[in-house]
Design a protein around this ligand. Structure first.
Ligand code: SF4
Length: 194
């Protein structure tokens, strides 16, 4: 881009605005039009979601595109302008939502650190789910209360608590509550109050 002094700028501005003025300032309008035509998200599939970070529940739009080898690339995540909650805006934290999926530091496998160990080891999802089920059973069995101090039947599990998240859909929240209540949990908390 050519150097433009303040005097040049004022002269150009005085000579006129619009395309002629911009070209004189060194802006390549033809190139700008070309860029506009090759939008990164042109032809992308639009999927709607909710920011997982806090209880405000801002709506997101994710743009994905299928590659020639059949894989799918995530191109962009932004606020959904149709949402009455955030009207297209995202706070700085929500604006980093793309990194949840694309960050090189994302942990993609379950990691287990055995009691007393100083290191994490990669385990399979089956191993991790089995371990979780085993721990839930042990905690439930050892803390189950059939009757309270005054002899009332309560059948509750006091040794486990459950916390939901803002990204839960209504159906997920309903399902989680049913499962946890079925186990006898009384300590259920939910971050989202939207
Ligand atoms: S964008 Fe910010 S305010 Fe909105 S839900 Fe996410 S973290 Fe909360």
């Amino acid at each position: 881009m050519p150097q433009v002094t303040r005097r040049d700028f004022l002269k150009i501005s005085a000579a006129g605005t619009g395309a002629a003025g911009l070209s004189a300032l060194g802006f390549d309008l033809a190139h700008a039009a070309q860029i506009r035509q090759s939008f990164r998200i042109a032809g992308a599939r639009e999927a709607h979601s909710v920011c997982p970070y806090c209880a405000v529940g801002c709506a997101l739009v994710a743009y994905t595109k299928e590659n020639t080898d059949g894989s799918v690339s995530l191109l962009q995540i932004e606020g959904n302008p149709d949402s009455p909650v955030n009207e297209g805006r995202l706070c700085p934290k929500g604006a980093t939502a793309m990194q949840l999926a694309t960050s090189a530091r994302r942990v993609a496998d379950p990691l287990y650190r055995a009691p007393g160990s100083d290191r994490w080891q990669k385990v399979s999802w089956d191993d991790m789910l089995n371990k979780l089920a085993q721990r839930v059973k042990e905690a439930r069995d050892s803390t189950f209360v059939a009757k309270d101090a005054t002899g009332n039947t309560v059948n509750r599990t006091e040794g486990i608590a459950f916390a939901g998240g803002a990204a839960f859909s209504s159906e997920e929240g309903y399902f989680a509550t049913k499962v946890m209540r079925g186990l006898g949990l009384v300590h259920l908390e939910q971050q989202a109050r939207v």
